[in-house]
Design a protein around this ligand. Sequence first.
Ligand SMILES: [Zn+2]
Length: 288
Amino acid sequence: MTICIDMGATEIKVAPIKRSENRLIVGELNKFPTNASLGKEGIVDALYRAISSLNGEDATGIAIASAGDIDVNTSTITYATENLPGMIGFDFALFCKEKFNLPAKAINDAHAALLGEMVYGAGAEYQDKRVVMLTLGSGVGGGYYAGGEIVSNEENDYGRFGHICLEKDGRLCTCGKRGCVEMYLSGRSIHRDAQALSIDGGDIFEKYGRGEPKNVEFVNVLRENLKKSLDLIMQVSPFDVCIIGGGVADWMEEHFYSITDSLGYKIIRASLGNSAGFYGAYAHYNRG
Ligand SMILES: [Zn+2]
């Protein structure tokens, strides 16, 4: 059994994955708050509790997908925004060896989600194509797949599409720059924008589907921002297919395709949902 971790800015998810013939069996999923407001100590403690929550008796290793840029060779966080304060330099492999005496491998969470989708999910039939993935969660993660693999550099920070500048002199982002895609398309940003217009966050897309004018207008702005983001991504990482995942894709529910269909790109919805990070971390861990 491999212990799989998906560490984001708001929660750390953990589940065991077993292989049975050609199928992966994802066991019971546990969630813990990341405690990012408590800084590094709080986050590391939450990680420890997450891993400890599983009966690790037959565990052979730990596969981690994490927010931030991860050096896949050393499983170390090389860059993180204030979403994961104090975590730059954190060595997952060393931590797991010291605390659990298990080998570990870590990969950026957005790259993991893309890898998971390409191997086990919506991307499986596009393995010969160039694929971009946007994970619209608390932040906006990106990944790029071409030539049969995740495109990456040494520090594994390729495809940080969430921090492409969408709006010159726009909103201040957690990365320190202004106008990043993440400030317009992340779940957090969408919630905040809706709130500012007195639109109820819970059923934004449901009401859009029912033709509520305020919601239709709101979603049209969102679509514009998505289209603009894809136009910019196309310039740096030309793609044939774009997979969209994360909490925002789930939030759109059955309206996903009516929102994304006419943007001029082949857009498909991620199919592994909340588990994409686990699948990708697992695939990365077992790639040798
Ligand atoms: Zn940014």
